[in-house]
Ligand binder design. Structure first.
Ligand code: UD1
Length: 438
């Protein structure tokens, strides 16, 4: 078992190039199976969720190989249409393979993704969209069996702008005769990214980024090359880290327009922020002030995925900040762990009130989920003494070596295997050899 060991109290200083987007690359990898050919996915982040997608692709009969930072996927010999339970459990968003397998094979079987650390995560909208396109879906013993001899274009109205349901509907509609319109589609940048990749493969998808997406299906798709966008949530996490610790950081490789709810909140909290097109600079004195309520909302609102990092940034602020979580029911599980470090957080249902405390102290804490785990690391960076963060499998789902990135900014952080402890400025590379971090 591994843990992150953090000696708090360092200012953060320096520059980072932001990793490719986790939520951007996952639907792109599912989309590769719509063609029978070779796709090249550049700037592909090396994450546990990407490994899980690779395992699914391989199980389906596709070949994958890394070429530097690019993942090559050859879907020519895909010959299976079911995803076993063990692979589905690895990553809950594996459900986006459903629409793609259905469009390619006319049949798909996978296990129900089930509940989640963020509360119930139903897929009723995914299934309703596929049924509207003509799929027959049977749910038996935790397995979903979908069949559609033909998929036919239709109008799909999503009750909520669900990111995953929009992606599944777009992927399945690529296999449907005619033009499908998806109303109340999610407007996240990752939907536009999926549209760009599909169009590079020869599909005809329009309107992503807005509320109505149209897909003209049954076009002959071919392999394509795609560069994954920068991860706006990883960028938000590192900005919140610098805001909380104090210092000056510049992040590049991320579309700053997509970060604006987060940068606006950090500005309100007292940071200087300058956004370019693909880079953002932040300076912080390290003592923030409380801000207006942070209400999470679908894009372009405040992202639910950045809520835990923002909460961590405000733990030592002057005053109290109210958080209202509107997307997921159970997204404050990190609050209990943060309290072990001296944070003052009161949670009541969807509302959490963070009252700034003069100081935090190091503690042993456990990641409860991906973004909550990142919040614990951010708290450890500001705490007095040593913090140990365990259950890193959550963090590794979405951050490409978070400790390496933070060490590059001057944080005293290392990943420890048993008794190994890396000194300041030293990180562990893939071969286990220490490498200077700057
Ligand atoms: C995606 C992101 C996740 C992010 C979330 C919201 C990926 C891999 N994950 O998750 O990081 O936090 O968007 O921005 O891209 N819902 C239903 N029925 C459904 C589908 C969703 O009720 O069939 C509800 C969910 O329970 C939730 C809300 O809709 O309350 C939004 O969820 P959704 O946008 O679907 O999130 P994901 O696609 O799972």
């Amino acid at each position: 078992m591994q843990e992150l060991v953090i000696e708090g109290g360092c200012r953060l200083q320096g520059e980072l190039t932001i990793q490719g987007s986790k939520n951007g690359v996952l639907p792109v990898l599912a989309a590769t199976i719509l063609c029978a050919g070779e796709c090249r996915v550049e700037n592909c982040p090396r994450l546990r969720d990407v490994d899980a997608s690779i395992a699914i692709l391989r199980h389906l009969g596709c070949c994958t190989r890394w070429e530097g930072g690019a993942l090559l996927v050859d879907t020519t010999h895909m010959d299976k249409n079911e995803v076993p339970d063990a692979l589905m459990r690895e990553m809950r968003s594996s459900v986006i393979f459903l629409g793609a397998i259905l469009a390619r094979q006319g049949e798909a079987a996978l296990s129900y993704p089930g509940g989640c650390e963020l509360g119930p995560r139903p897929i009723d909208m995914h299934l309703a969209a596929l049924r509207a396109l003509g799929a027959e879906i049977e749910e038996r013993g935790g397995t979903l069996r979908c069949r559609a001899r033909v998929l036919t274009a239709t109008e799909i109205v999503l009750p909520l702008p669900s990111v995953g349901a929009t992606e599944n509907a777009i992927l399945a509609a690529c296999g449907a005769e005619g033009t499908t319109a998806i109303y109340n589609a999610a407007r996240e940048p990752e939907i536009a990214e999926l549209q760009d990749f599909l169009n590079a493969m020869g599909a005809q998808v329009c309107g992503a980024g807005g509320s109505i997406v149209t897909v003209t299906g049954k076009r002959a798709l071919h392999g394509g090359t795609h560069r994954v966008i920068g991860d706006r949530i990883a960028a938000a996490t590192y900005l919140c880290a610098a805001a909380a610790c104090g210092g000056e950081v510049r992040l590049s490789g991320v579309d700053c327009r997509a970060l604006s709810p987060v940068t606006a909140a950090l500005y309100e909290a007292g940071c200087a922020v300058e956004s370019g097109v693909e880079d953002v600079f932040l300076r912080s004195g390290g003592r923030l002030r409380a801000i207006h309520p942070v209400r999470t909302a679908p894009y372009p609102g405040f992202p639910t995925d950045a809520q835990p990092a923002m909460m961590a940034a405000l733990l030592r602020s002057a005053g109290s900040t109210v958080f209202v979580e509107n997307i997921f029911e159970n997204r404050y599980r990190h609050a209990g762990e943060l309290s072990r470090m001296g944070a003052d957080i009161r949670v009541a249902g969807r509302v959490a009130v963070v009252s700034g405390v003069p100081s935090l102290h190091g503690a042993s804490v456990k990641c409860t989920d991906l973004r909550g785990g990142a919040a614990l690391v951010l708290a450890g960076l500001q705490a007095e003494g040593t913090t140990r963060v365990s259950q890193l499998e959550h963090i590794d789902r979405g951050y490409e070596s978070m400790e390496r990135e933070l060490a590059l900014l001057g944080a005293r952080i290392g990943r420890r295997e048993e008794t190994q402890w890396q000194e300041r400025g030293t990180i562990e590379d893939a071969d286990g050899e220490g490498t200077p971090s700057s």
